[in-house]
Design a protein around this ligand. Structure first.
Ligand SMILES: Nc1ncnc2c1ncn2[C@@H]1O[C@H](COP(=O)(O)OP(=O)(O)O)[C@@H](O)[C@H]1O
Ligand SMILES: [Mg+2]
Length: 438
């Protein structure tokens, strides 16, 4: 593949990085674009899958026709067939008019089916038919209609496992998987991590007219060792948080660690180590005393945090509603994204309500920083009782939140889902899961 074409594509779509595996994905997408072949993009959540279907569409003969991106995981199960294939007026309660589905409006164009592994089995059967024959039937009709749509799909689930578990049709999988593209995780991309950090730091500095943050050599090395479970989305959110919250512009490993970045290199204890590099903590210098101290500090800080959280919930229940709604949204996404905000957090340094705090092991770090991002806690103050007196678990909080919201909305699930900022499908699942069905 002509390297120049790949570089041009990167520029056009704002794709940053030179990792060979990433270049290969872009090359395949460019090569396959002018064909009619189905493409299935694999990759963990946050690796940047969504840009490829657009690139494929724009470089195909369909580029002047419609392109739609549909997240199969967020469409409620009850309406997904109607969304995709359309319905006839009166075919179900609420079908007040005839409706065209995506397969009709995207005729001669491209449909990107994101999270395709989430499709219900009945919809998979319809999808297979339309892919094999170009034929489909609207919900509530018997008339066979024709369409010509190119499908590009993406998934972050293990499709082979989904097939083994009977959740995904094997025949559909082979039909979608004509051309597989495997997007690399961020941890594999090495020096691209730094390039992306710089890009996001620059973007946010432009947006808020602040000086861009930069990394010390040690901080750069730490980012290379970190595992990045939420991939590029997580990196972007991290840079945004640090850029806005940190008063320092030169970012050290210590600062990164207060934002949840851990030293994930092999041979470590797995706990966050404060201000030390890998060599200094080779297994030979392993100190159990130190480890015990750290575990004690960890337990103490958890106890204090639980106590704080409890007080916070009691005194700020209203404000918590919106934060919990945000949490719900994160739960809906890949679990690997948990703990990281998906959208830029917009708050000022003066705000009194602090943003969700990254999970931190060593509380002392705050005290050593000249500008603690959050209130610092004195470890000696921790009341051990509070460790046992655990408040509502996340699950219970969610359940309570759903019950409250349902009450506020007189049982209207659509409004409840809207208020909690989750899909109706997720709400239905949770209602069932929590046994709240009447
Ligand atoms: N190579 C890249 N360069 C710049 N930004 C990227 C890159 N890859 C992903 N992003 C950004 O990271 C975020 C997550 O990408 P997305 O395509 O939504 O991930 P996925 O669909 O795989 O979960 C988006 O904001 C996207 O713009
Ligand atoms: Mg996505």
């Amino acid at each position: 593949m002509n390297d120049k074409i790949t570089q041009q594509a990167k520029q056009r779509y704002g794709i940053v990085g030179n990792y060979e595996g990433l270049n290969r994905c872009i090359d395949i997408a460019i090569q396959v674009a002018p064909t009619e072949l189905s493409v299935l993009i694999y990759g963990e959540s946050g690796v940047g899958k969504e840009v490829l279907p657009r690139l494929i569409h724009d470089n195909s003969a369909r580029k002047h026709n419609k392109y739609f991106a549909i997240n199969c995981g967020s469409l409620p199960e009850g309406t997904i067939d109607s969304e995709l294939f359309g319905h006839k007026k009166g075919s179900f309660t609420g079908a007040l008019d005839d409706r065209e589905g995506y397969f009709s409006v995207a005729n001669n164009g491209t449909l990107f089916l994101d999270e395709v592994g989430e499709l219900p089995l009945a919809t998979q059967a319809r999808l297979l038919r339309v892919l094999e024959t170009g034929e489909y039937i609207r919900v509530g009709e018997s008339e066979v209609r024709k369409t010509n749509v190119r499908i590009v799909a993406a998934t972050n689930v293990n499709m082979q496992k989904a097939i083994r578990e009977g959740k995904f049709r094997e025949d559909l999988y082979y039909r979608l998987n004509t051309i597989p593209i495997n997007m690399p995780s961020l941890r594999e991309r090495g020096r691209d991590i730094e390039l992306l950090f710089k890009k996001f730091a620059y973007d946010i500095s432009e947006k808020y007219r602040i000086e861009p943050v930069r990394l010390t050599d040690e901080a750069r090395e730490l980012l290379l060792r970190y595992k990045w479970p939420g991939n590029i989305r997580q990196l972007r959110n991290l840079v945004e948080q640090i850029s806005v919250i940190s008063k320092e512009r030169e970012i050290t490993p210590e600062i990164l660690m207060t934002y949840g970045v851990t030293d994930d290199s092999q041979g470590e204890t797995g706990l966050v180590l404060h201000g030390v590099n890998r060599e200094q903590h080779a297994p030979t210098s392993h100190s159990y005393e130190k480890e015990r101290d750290m575990i004690f500090q960890l337990l103490s800080s958890i106890g204090k945090e639980v106590k704080d959280l409890k007080e916070f919930v009691h005194s700020n229940i209203g404000t918590m509603q919106s934060m919990l709604a945000e949490n719900f949204r994160m739960y809906e996404n890949d679990a690997s994204d948990m703990g990281i905000m998906d959208t830029p957090m917009q708050y000022s340094r003066q705000t009194t309500i602090q943003p969700p705090r990254p999970y931190v092991v060593n509380e002392q770090r705050y005290q050593q920083q000249s500008h603690p991002p959050y209130e610092s806690h004195n470890i000696q103050d921790v009341d051990v009782e509070t460790i046992e007196e655990t408040p509502l678990s996340n699950r219970e909080l969610m359940k309570k939140n759903i019950i409250d919201s349902l009450k506020r909305n007189n049982g209207n699930r659509k409004k409840t889902a809207h208020e909690l900022d989750i899909s109706e499908r997720t709400l239905y699942r949770k209602i069932k899961d929590y046994g709240l069905e009447i």
